[in-house]
Design a protein around this ligand. Structure first.
Ligand SMILES: Cc1cc2nc3c(=O)[nH]c(=O)nc-3n(C[C@H](O)[C@H](O)[C@H](O)COP(=O)(O)O)c2cc1C
Length: 209
């Protein structure tokens, strides 16, 4: 059986995708579920996922990403968007959801709701906090992609304001944080043949003092 370490060594940040290959809808769904099921602080999920698979929008995203071809050539582009100002409304919706799913009275959740509201009110940069949650989903996505031999490239190199415009994010209280083109590597993407560069284990796992 293939080990997870083999999967992680197989993975690399793809620079050139095979334009002829597309993901099947089942795989797209598994990858979306991977991100939906990720851990988040308090479970609030202060980010959303947009899945782009049409050529026109993918080309627009490429133009807003310094021309990086992964955006136009990959089968699908996942865009993770943070909720800029998670507020009382998000907390109330979340409490309703817990109450419904776990069949507990809403008022039993008052202490948790207050605690969460305090956390939001006292966070100096809520937008950053939301964005950090999206990176947890990115980590999970890359690992699951590798385990299914699906290729991806995390992309931070884009103009978030342009993304916000292209995807109508601002009016929904959202802001683009990460783009992740997914698909299959081109046979001649030279980056698949270069050696991975990582710190030695002993330089990475260091002693506590
Ligand atoms: C948050 C994040 C943002 C990244 N942004 C870009 C990017 O804009 N363009 C790109 O080609 N690679 C991008 N990368 C890929 C990294 O350069 C790559 O993961 C790193 O060099 C290690 O190589 P490997 O993933 O192939 O092992 C990004 C990676 C991460 C985690």
């Amino acid at each position: 059986m293939q080990s997870i370490i083999d999967d992680l060594n197989w993975r690399y940040a793809v620079k050139k995708f095979d334009t002829k290959r597309t993901l099947n809808p089942k795989d797209v769904d598994v990858l979306a579920e991977t991100m939906r099921l990720t851990a988040t602080s308090y479970g609030l999920m202060p980010f959303r996922l947009i899945i782009v698979d049409d050529h026109e929008t993918k080309n627009q995203l490429r133009d807003a990403s310094w021309g990086q071809s992964q955006l136009s050539d990959a089968s699908h582009v996942f865009v993770l968007c943070s909720i800029v100002q998670p507020s009382r409304a998000e907390v109330d919706n979340y409490m309703q959801l817990i109450s419904k799913e776990r069949e507990i009275p809403r008022e039993n959740l008052n202490a948790f709701a207050d605690n969460l509201m305090k956390k939001l009110e006292n966070s100096p940069n809520l937008s950053d906090w939301s964005a950090r949650q999206a990176y947890i989903a990115l980590g999970a996505l890359l690992t699951v992609c590798a385990s299914r031999r699906i290729d991806a490239c995390p992309i931070e190199g884009f103009d978030p304001q342009q993304y916000d415009q292209i995807l109508n994010l601002a009016e929904r209280g959202l802001h683009a944080v990460l783009a992740i083109p997914v698909g299959y590597r081109a046979k001649d993407d030279k980056y698949q043949f270069v050696k991975k560069v990582r710190l030695a284990k002993e330089d990475f796992v260091i002693s506590k003092s």
